[in-house]
Design a protein around this ligand. Structure first.
Ligand code: C2E
Ligand code: MG
Ligand code: MG
Length: 572
């Protein structure tokens, strides 16, 4: 708390000096004035706590000064003690009280009385100053609480709750003035990696930088909020149509994908944005948000670092995904999955060497047949792929238990290499002597190969060290790079059926030949998928392809039919 200030006003310097001497004992700053005018100026300049005011002064007397001070809101509460030589019974003292005095002290001054009076008022002043401070503090706290409840602590952007409120009022406003607006759901791609590898401080730094840049590129009338960890919501108000915001969307995408420097690191993420339009897509806040969110998932699905507008079809797709997700949760317990086996043929001697296990989901009463191409992706997002993957392995092992001479292949999702479940199960079965790893091949995607090169844990290598062979499925359709092929423990490539199905198209023939030549140079086996005609089979066999699968020989079959197929063979 600052020192209280006592203003002594007297036209005689000696009086001022005398009063100042007495007040030395008081813990206060002394300010002096020798006329009424000077006193008023000092009051304006300083935050005065008490005034000792001489009544008899030339030009403006003490009563006039007090009246002036009483008129002003700012100064009317300053306690004034009149210092006077007048008789205390004189009617003037009444005048003094009217003009604003709170007390009188009579000359000659009794220092004891003066000090006691001044101290009483100083105590009061201190109490008031304390209260004032408390009120200010409370106001500040209230403001802070209001800010915190509406703003995100880290980025300063508005938070989820206040964004909802603002969105609702924007809907009311836009409907009244027949305006359109766009709601954007923006999710950062690859943010988790930054947090995991460089730590939360780096992640926080990136979020702060990005928030500031996003905000800067928006108009004042637009609104941006932080919705969750690395999710933002943006409202672009009063737009003409969807085309008028394309440039803004591009700008946001560009901002998110620039490099940021943190300590010695360079950080880079990108953004996937979903856009829903008011009133075209929806007029209710929850719907707009969920549609923008759905469109954001599409943007992720289509490769990230892009924006997508919501469409009705997208909603149908999303609804279907939700339905499948719901039924998938219980599919394993309800025994709704089956494993089919598509025979693999040795092209050179036309013997059935084994099969690829392919999952089927066709026993669900509501859904009927659902293609693995549709549901495997969903099991990857809801995490069911791990248990389903182990089920596929177990069913394949059961077949191998009874027919150990066969060579089987299972498809494994990239996610199954992100933890140890698959590896542990394979290891257990090898160590217990149940499984000869030379008889089980694991089909992986090209994408996994690429990611694996960058990952420190090399589960592919671990699995191959157990004796299993790995094959690259759908070879030629993904991101294959020949150098990865060399450095990863892969023993087989499977030519994708899209190259086989167009044979005798000459460019696909050339492609197949190139793959076979490359595989042979790297000592890899080649399996051709999707052979449907005699011509395709003949071409691939003559080109030196080792194995094949396809409807030409057999569709994927239920277990008993497959075993019958094996017994029957091709030449009978
Ligand atoms: P994929 O591993 O490339 O399997 C080959 C797909 O081609 C199978 O489709 C098979 O039925 C089909 N196919 C085989 N021969 C021909 C042919 O001659 N012509 C045509 N047009 N198609 C043929 P399916 O069973 O629908 O499986 C689709 C994809 O789903 C598989 O592609 C695989 O990536 C995935 N998948 C299937 N089962 C599993 C599984 O148990 N686990 C995992 N992670 N993915 C699986
Ligand atoms: Mg496969
Ligand atoms: Mg394939």
């Amino acid at each position: 708390m600052q020192l209280p200030k006592i203003l002594i006003v007297d036209d005689l310097k000696t009086n001022i000096l005398a009063l100042s001497m007495i007040l030395k004992k008081v813990d206060a700053e002394i300010i002096t004035a020798q006329s009424g005018n000077e006193a008023l100026t000092k009051v304006l300049e300083h935050d005065i706590s008490i005034i000792l005011l001489d009544v008899n002064m030339p030009e403006m007397d003490g009563f006039e000064v007090a009246e002036f001070l009483k008129e002003d809101e700012e100064t009317k509460h300053i306690p004034i003690i009149f210092v006077t030589a007048m008789d205390r019974h004189d009617g003037n003292s009444r005048k003094g009280y009217v003009s604003g005095a709170v007390d009188f002290i009579y000359k000659p001054i009794d220092s004891f009385i003066l000090l006691s009076k001044v101290n009483v008022f100083l105590d009061l002043w201190k109490l008031r100053a304390g209260l004032k401070l408390e009120v200010e503090e409370r106001k500040k706290n209230e403001e802070k609480v209001r800010y915190l409840s509406g703003n995100d602590l880290l980025t300063g952007l508005c938070n989820r709750r206040s964004f909802h409120e603002r969105l609702q009022s924007e809907i009311t406003r836009a409907s009244r003035s027949h305006e359109k607006f766009a709601l954007l759901f923006l999710d950062l791609d690859g943010f988790k990696k930054i947090n995991d590898s460089l730590g939360h401080e780096a992640g926080d730094f990136l979020l702060k930088e990005l928030s500031a840049l996003f905000k800067k590129t928006l108009r004042n009338s637009d609104l941006i909020g932080r919705y969750g960890g690395d999710e933002f919501v943006v409202l672009l108000g009063n737009i003409k149509d969807k085309y008028s915001i394309l440039q803004k969307l591009e700008e946001l995408i560009a901002i998110a994908s620039q490099e940021f420097h943190y300590e010695t690191h360079i950080m880079k993420v990108s953004a996937s944005i979903g856009v829903a339009l008011y009133p075209e897509h929806a007029v209710v806040d929850t719907k707009l948000l969920s549609y923008a969110d759905t469109a954001m998932y599409l943007a992720k699905d289509e490769g990230k670092n892009r924006f997508c507008f919501y469409t009705q079809e997208l909603n149908e797709k999303f609804k279907r995904q939700l339905l499948l997700d719901k039924h998938l949760q219980t599919a394993l317990q309800n025994n709704e999955f089956e494993l089919y086996f598509q025979p693999v043929i040795d092209l050179q001697n036309l013997k059935v060497v084994g099969a690829e296990s392919l999952i089927r989901w066709q026993k669900n009463k509501t859904l009927g047949f659902v293609s693995p191409e549709e549901f495997i992706g969903i099991t990857e997002s809801n995490g069911l792929i791990y248990s389903i993957g182990l089920w596929v392995l177990e069913e394949t092992l059961k077949l191998l238990d009874a027919h150990p001479h066969l060579y089987m292949a299972i498809n494994a999702s990239s996610l199954q290499f992100m933890n140890n479940q698959l590896y542990d199960r394979l290891k257990e079965n090898v160590e217990s002597g149940r499984l000869d790893p030379a008889h089980l091949e694991i089909e992986i995607t090209e994408r996994l190969l690429l990611d694996n090169v960058h990952s420190s844990e090399n589960r592919l290598l671990d699995i191959s060290k157990l004796g299993f062979s790995l094959s690259i499925d759908d070879f030629g359709t993904g991101y294959s790079s020949l150098s990865y092929l060399k450095s990863c423990p892969v023993s087989t490539v499977k030519i994708d059926k899209s190259f086989v199905s167009t044979i005798p198209d000459s460019s696909d023939e050339a492609l197949c030949n190139a793959i076979i030549a490359m595989a042979s140079a790297l000592h890899l086996k080649v399996i051709a998928e999707g052979i449907e005609t005699e011509e395709q089979k003949a071409f691939l066999r003559d080109s030196g392809c080792d194995f094949c699968q396809g409807y030409y020989y057999s569709r994927p079959l239920p277990k008993e039919e497959f075993l019958a197929f094996v017994v029957k063979g091709l030449d009978s």
